[in-house]
Design a protein. Sequence first.
Length: 333
Amino acid sequence: MNPYTVPDDEIQAATALLRAGETVVFPTETVYGLGADASNPLAVRKIFEIKNRPDYHPLIVHIAAASQLSTWAQEIPDAAWQLAEAFWPGPLTLILQRSSQVPNEVTGGQDTVGLRVPDHPVATALLRVFGGGIAAPSANRFGQVSPTTAQHVHDKLGSKVGMILDGGPCRIGVESTIISLTHGEATLLRPGGLPVEAIEHTLNQKVSLAQSVASKLLRAPGMLDSHYAPTTPIEIYPADELWHRVYQLANLGHKVAVLNLSANNDVSHIVGITSLQMPLLADEYGRELYATLHRIDHASFDHILAEAPPTQQEWVAINDRMRRAAQGTSNKK
């Protein structure tokens, strides 16, 4: 449970802004979201302008409860109700056939829509008082590191947004798992805060990967090869190769932050190198990852060298984010 709440008058003020077509940043258990009234095309466009986000890249609609699914989606399969009952509120986004009321601005012109019920007391209060759906991607510039505190949002977006609700640090720290249910089977579009194994157990079936032509054409948040990128170039190496690259950059006089998992890889004794010990548990690593990248960016390092995380299932989402972040900074090295 997240102990953070905000005063009722702040929820009322945020609701008034949303109804007036303005944007509001609010916390979820995953990351902070930049929200607008999902039924208002002009309001939704402000999200794209603030983030500098391509207008073809769809948004996730956040709702207060699964009972609102039929407002935003149609031809809802039984699997959607099963997953909603099991995991909502929580870090799971379902891709379903959109209803006629969903604006094209939300879906990027697709015939599908992403929906989820977030698990954070501030988000819950806002959605219940507002009453409608809130379209909300992460509250950052497109392609950059997602914010997990209100300060991250202040630093990057500042006065560009109508209001920021501070709900403390995000409990999970990586985005939601995205599952498509539009082609007769459950398909993973983005790994995230909910393990795929839990979904498979609930549905009693395997979740397929987005490899078919149909699923590859389906656009969803976070699917671009380059995403979640810090401004500091990041490279990922196995533990036994990390030292070589550290010494190489140190000899060039570069200021380097090293994300360590192995205790024997502490390289902080080398001039210009700062060694940061990352958590050994996947959920703790995920909770700290984006906040750590934000701190490194503020400290003006020349490079980030990360020890490659383990490859077990619980690390899938973290490896996905690290790979996309490295791809996003590959032209800065």
